[in-house]
Design a protein around this ligand. Structure first.
Ligand code: SF4
Length: 87
C-alpha cells in the first residue's frame, strides 16, 4: 500500500520534500491538537495518529529531523526522546 501511495504522490508533486504529508490525518482542523497544551489534547492527537495512513513516515521524519515539540507519528515528545536515547 505504501508503494502505491508514494507513486501516486510523486506523480502529482515530485518536488515535495514530504510527499506523505498529503495523506496526513491531521490536516486542517486537527492541526492545533498536535502541539497540545493538555494531556487531553495529547490523547486526541495520538488517537488521530492511530488512524493515519502515513504514521510511520511521519515518525521517521520526526526522528530524522529531531522534532522536539508536538505529537508526530503517534508519539509524544517524551516518547521520541526515549526512542532517541535508546538508539
Ligand atoms: S501520524 Fe499523526 S502527526 Fe503524523 S501526519 Fe499522521 S496524523 Fe499527523
Amino acid at each position: 500500500m505504501t508503494d502505491n501511495i508514494t507513486l501516486d504522490i510523486l506523480t502529482r508533486d515530485p518536488s515535495d520534500e514530504r510527499p506523505w504529508a498529503a495523506f496526513a490525518a491531521c490536516v486542517g482542523e486537527f492541526g492545533p491538537k498536535f502541539f497540545p497544551q493538555t494531556r487531553a489534547d495529547e490523547r486526541i492527537a495520538i488517537a488521530i495518529c492511530r488512524t493515519c495512513p502515513v504514521q510511520q513516515e511521519c515518525l521517521d521524519h520526526a526522528i530524522e529531523s529531531n522534532e522536539r515539540h508536538g505529537v508526530w507519528g503517534g508519539t509524544t515528545e517524551r516518547e521520541r526522546r526515549a526512542l532517541l536515547m535508546g538508539s
